[in-house]
Design a protein around this ligand. Structure first.
Ligand SMILES: N[C@@H](CCC(=O)N[C@@H](CS)C(=O)NCC(=O)O)C(=O)O
Length: 321
């Protein structure tokens, strides 16, 4: 069917209008997106600046003006051999014990707003919350003046070492240890340390508790192996993972040498960190490659971990099991 010239002209005009409308919408949307991105960038850079300005604290004024009467430490329930399966919780609890801070452990599977364990609440079970072991220690140190003590005790070089070793063991060495126990040996790990009623924190053994344990044993290896794929150290072969994590351990052993604690005669926050992580390798009855390495090459670490446990945990370590 042929169109009359006037009809074909009006169809072309209609098509041109539709195309122009689409083009306009596209440009408008792109501009809006660019605008919102630039706003986002401004917002982010402002936040970053705030963080830099307040890098000493980065805690709210409410938290900074709080007095600390008692600390409630929210963490997983106790386990066999290593007290807590979270090295980060062991570290915080060690810090509380080392500094004689009044505390109570609240066993839980409820994670912090950051999606992790441990966290603390101040002065009551629903008091102000602080999440992440390093934030907790920084906050308590700041509030109780312990940071000044540590500043007087340590040189600036030692403080840099403390920072670097903390990051290394938490973000690298221990992640490889987690991969060994969760990614490759979840069943053996659970049989070794997890009490059969672990998930029954509020009462006697329930069907639900048993089911949770089964579910966790199924999902934890999947979740952790997925996480490992996103970590740079996860790209190496297993053999290489053991080697690079043992290199971390060797560097700590070399630095510790024959000192009582990592920086000499007095224990500091870094000793709490190292204890929390090494205790996992040494006391969990699993054949960690890192454990074998420590026993063969780093007797000073074995002695050091025992020394710390004896001094700051004593009978409390074994009391419940
Ligand atoms: N940076 C955190 C790490 C805490 C952490 O990794 N906790 C583990 C339990 S040991 C956890 O909550 N994992 C769950 C997750 O990260 O999704 C800290 O120092 O507290």
């Amino acid at each position: 069917m042929m169109l009359a010239p006037t009809e074909s002209r009006s169809m072309m005009i209609a098509a041109a209008i539709v195309i122009a409308a689409f083009a306009f919408a596209f440009v408008a949307m792109s501009t809006a997106k660019m605008h919102s991105n630039s706003k986002k960038i401004d917002h982010d850079s402002t936040r970053e600046n705030d963080m830099i300005i307040s890098s000493e604290h980065s805690f709210s004024n409410d938290l900074l003006s709080a007095t600390i009467e008692k600390v409630y430490l929210f963490t997983f329930p106790r386990v066999h051999h290593v007290h807590n399966i979270s090295p980060f919780s062991l570290k915080v609890e060690s810090f509380l014990r080392m500094n004689n801070i009044r505390y109570e452990v609240i066993p839980t599977f409820k994670f912090s707003p950051k999606g992790q364990i441990p966290y603390i609440r101040l002065n009551s079970k629903d008091g102000p919350l602080i999440a992440d072991s390093n934030f907790i220690i920084r906050y308590l140190s700041n509030q109780l003046g312990l940071d000044k003590v540590e500043k007087d005790l340590l040189t600036s070089n030692e403080r840099s070492v403390s920072h670097a070793f903390t990051r290394m063991i938490e973000e690298h060495t221990t992640q490889i240890g987690f991969y060994y126990r969760y990614g490759l040996n979840m069943n053996k790990f659970c049989s070794a340390v997890i009490p059969f009623n672990w998930f029954d924190i509020n009462g006697p053994l329930t069907k639900k508790g048993k089911l949770f344990l089964k579910f966790w044993m199924f999902v934890q290896p999947l979740g952790f192996n997925k996480k490992m794929r996103y970590l740079s150290c996860g790209r190496h072969s297993d053999e290489e993972k053991w080697i690079i994590s043992c290199q971390d351990i060797q560097s700590i052993s070399d630095y510790l040498a024959d000192k009582t604690f990592i920086f000499g005669d007095s224990a500091t926050a870094l000793d709490c960190t190292l204890f929390g992580h090494f205790a996992q390798f040494l006391y969990i009855p699993l054949d960690f490659p890192q454990k074998r390495y420590i026993h063969q090459n780093c007797d000073n670490i074995v002695q050091y971990v025992e020394r710390f446990k004896e001094l700051y945990w004593k009978d409390h370590w074994d009391s419940a099991f």
